[in-house]
Design a protein around this ligand. Structure first.
Ligand SMILES: *[C@@H]1O[C@H](CO)[C@@H](O)[C@H](O)[C@H]1NC(C)=O
Ligand SMILES: *[C@@H]1O[C@H](CO)[C@@H](O)[C@H](O)[C@H]1NC(C)=O
Length: 227
């Protein structure tokens, strides 16, 4: 009896190890989504893509499938926020399909803002090439909830925005600024907070927004009109 009970914890450990292994296998068979959603379809002829994009016949692949030019050209920052993102995702560079990375060039007019947004599928690595940026991100609503981390970045500085967290970059200089971002998805996605909440199509019911933001309906209408 003594001898037997001595072995029980060992079996328990093996069981736990097997379960952990099974769980890791299970995650290997359910890859992360590569777009917002992927609704199943029975007739493959009417499918648009798999989780990601269909793969080109390797015999037909050329160097140009892995190439993109033009990132030396600034985006046009003559808009309300004074910034412009030139993205190089799998849409612009088909060779990125399934590789888990993408890139962006971000141009800022003097005092221009890349407004608060999140990338639902990607961590972002930002490097400043020119100018001075005030950057930051906010943590989720947990124990030390909605904590803001900020930093002022100069030329050559890098900063990381963890996956899914709301972040922003503001040019605090009276000259233009340029940054490049590396992103950990072929299709990081962008959710600009102001647009998602106040400029959805169709609009979110005003009762939802007045209660969520604890403001009058005319404040909600005002913000909606600005966007
Ligand atoms: C960003 O710049 C490109 C190239 O100049 C331009 O076509 C595009 O409209 C600009 N986007 C915004 C949001 O201003
Ligand atoms: C930038 O965009 C503004 C507003 O859309 C436009 O008037 C201007 O001509 C554009 N500049 C360039 C260099 O394309």
């Amino acid at each position: 009896m003594m001898k037997y009970s001595k072995f029980v914890p060992k079996y328990a450990l093996v069981t736990v190890a097997l379960l952990a292994f099974a769980c890791s296998l299970a995650s290997a068979y359910d890859p992360s989504p590569l777009q917002d959603f992927c609704v199943a379809i029975n007739n493959p002829a009417s499918a648009v893509f798999v989780n990601g994009k269909f793969c080109k016949d390797p015999k037909l692949v050329t160097a140009n499938d892995f190439f993109r030019s033009g990132l030396n050209i600034p985006g046009n920052t003559s808009n309300k926020v004074g910034s412009n993102v030139t993205a190089v995702t799998v849409e612009q560079l088909p060779g990125l399909n399934t590789l888990g990375i993408s890139l962006a060039r971000i141009d800022f007019a003097p005092y221009g803002l890349n407004p608060p947004h999140t990338h639902p599928r990607s961590t972002e690595f930002l490097v400043v090439i020119e100018g001075t940026l005030h950057v930051g991100f906010v943590t989720s609503n947990s124990a030390n909830g909605n904590h803001l981390f900020t930093k002022v970045l100069n030329k050559g500085d890098v900063f990381v925005f963890p996956i899914g967290l709301v972040h922003f970059q503001l040019n605090v200089g009276n000259t233009k600024a340029v940054a490049f971002a590396g992103l950990s998805s072929q299709n990081p996605g962008v959710i600009t907070i102001a647009n998602a909440v106040f400029k959805s199509n169709p609009p979110i019911n005003a009762d939802v927004l007045t209660k969520a933001f604890q403001v009058d309906k005319n404040v909600v209408n005002y913000i909606q009109k600005q966007l």
